[in-house]
Design a protein around this ligand. Structure first.
Ligand code: SF4
Ligand code: SF4
Length: 437
């Protein structure tokens, strides 16, 4: 597979950093591809941690729950972690763990009951542009009147979307009943005949994953070891190709087009915890890093924690930040407003210093060196595409594969002219999609 190989050794599995949760959260009504959730509360309402505050009208949306016990202080407008403008529910109060509601044995639940639990958990699929997980995972008999293709394989990623992110590798190494319960439940909901767990061959095999395979008496679970130093192996389309040798048709294909349901270890743990406790997920794990923060690790935050509140809880900046990125440095989104909340689609927060970034405005003309072509995992000609995009010739860029681009950032990484290629592609896609609406 084309891509880039990290020069340094495999990134270490990160340690957890404990923080004091904030007293205010801002919950965007849309945090994924699809439709927004609909608020079920209004300003002035008292809420408890774990209480529904926005319902999902369809499977193109996910429900939202309050991470705080307190009061709804406002309905406002904000940007999601991925830069979508959206309405949001603001809640002030105290973070508490939602009270447990049920102790039904998840193993005794039918696929229909597990589907309901998955729908209510409101989990997202993997990758920089997640959809509601339920949409891409339901077996035909669970999907109602919506015709969907049959899934034969549940692919569980213990890799992270990019090397600087570490939540999946972190969770894969932690002994938890939730991971096994989550994987078994996702297999039942999807109707998959086999489970394949993708791990990084440069790291020791996590014992919890080995135990899950050993516990499968039907021998339908196996592990594949991939080169996590090779990027973008952890992104959905390349991951399916590397782990299963199946090619998702681009530009608009989905994993289920090749019989695959794709989820992360993180989503499996969240579903398992929801089934074991009966309480919905109200926090998210993020990778934090960057020279301006001066520390790197995994941090658990209530959903809707703002960038500024997280930075403050981490002790503030130790150096002047030049760029705040939500997500990973290669696939994330730059934000200039620290009041932006970190939602289900965040994945990480990196505060980079000027030395760690390409300074905006410093890029040069394309010199046709071809390096971007050599690394593009979906066989595009990024330099040429960027020239069409920079000249607002978006339709011509689309005709040459713009929407096939998975926004991995490999071309950006190698470009000697430091052209902001992914930025140009995102802008062009956005313009074309706006035009279509
Ligand atoms: S053109 Fe898109 S898919 Fe190809 S390397 Fe660049 S960002 Fe990745
Ligand atoms: S790597 Fe940069 S300079 Fe080289 S062809 Fe691609 S866009 Fe042009």
């Amino acid at each position: 597979m084309r891509g880039i190989t990290l020069k340094k050794k495999n990134a270490p599995v990160l340690e957890r950093i404990e923080i004091t949760p904030p007293g205010t959260v801002v919950l965007p009504l849309i945090q994924h591809l699809g439709e927004p959730a609909e608020p079920t509360v209004k300003p002035g309402d008292k809420v408890k941690s774990g209480q529904l505050i926005a319902a999902a009208p369809t499977d193109r949306s996910v429900p939202l729950y309050s991470p705080l016990t307190g009061t709804v202080s406002a309905l406002t407008t904000t940007f999601s972690s991925r830069g979508q403008e959206t309405e949001a529910v603001v809640i002030e109060g105290t973070h508490t763990i939602p009270s447990k509601k049920t102790s039904a044995d998840p193993g005794s639940l039918s696929p229909a009951q597990l589907t309901t639990a998955l729908r209510e958990a409101g989990l997202l699929g993997p990758g920089p542009f997640p959809s509601p997980l339920i949409r891409d995972l339901l077996a035909p008999e669970q999907a109602g009147s919506r015709p969907v293709k049959r899934i034969d394989t549940l692919l569980v990623s213990a890799l992270d979307p990019e090397p600087s992110l570490g939540v999946n590798r972190y969770l894969a190494g932690i002994e938890s009943e939730a991971l096994g319960v989550g994987i078994a439940s996702l297999k039942a909901v999807s109707g998959a005949e086999q489970v394949v767990i993708a791990t990084d061959k440069n790291l020791p095999l996590p014992e919890p994953l080995r135990a899950i395979v050993a516990a499968d008496e039907e021998e339908t679970t196996r592990i594949v070891r991939l080169n996590g130093r090779r990027y973008p192996t952890g992104l959905p389309i390349p991951l399916i190709k590397a782990a299963l040798v199946r090619e998702v048709p681009l530009p608009y294909g989905r994993p289920r087009d090749v019989g695959v349901a794709l989820c992360t270890v993180s989503a499996a743990v969240s579903l398992g915890e929801t089934l074991l406790t009966g309480a919905p997920p109200v926090t998210t794990l993020l990778t934090v890093g960057g020279g301006a923060l001066g520390k790197a690790g995994i941090v658990e935050v209530p959903l809707g924690t703002t960038i500024e509140d997280l930075v403050s809880a981490l002790g503030g900046f130790v150096r002047q930040p030049a760029k705040l990125i939500v997500g990973g440095p290669l696939t994330g989104f730059a934000h200039y407003d620290p009041s932006v909340p970190l939602g289900k689609d965040a994945g990480g927060l990196f505060a980079l210093t000027e030395q760690e970034i390409t300074v905006v405005g410093s890029y040069r003309e394309c010199i046709n060196c071809g390096r971007c072509v050599a690394v593009c995992p979906v066989n595009l000609v990024p330099g040429m595409l960027s020239m069409y995009c920079a000249k607002d010739r978006f339709e011509e860029a689309a005709a040459r594969g713009l929407f096939t681009c998975i926004e991995c950032g490999c071309c950006d990484y190698v470009c000697p002219s430091r052209r902001p290629l992914v930025h140009l592609f995102r802008h062009a896609k956005h313009q074309l999609m706006e035009k279509e609406q």
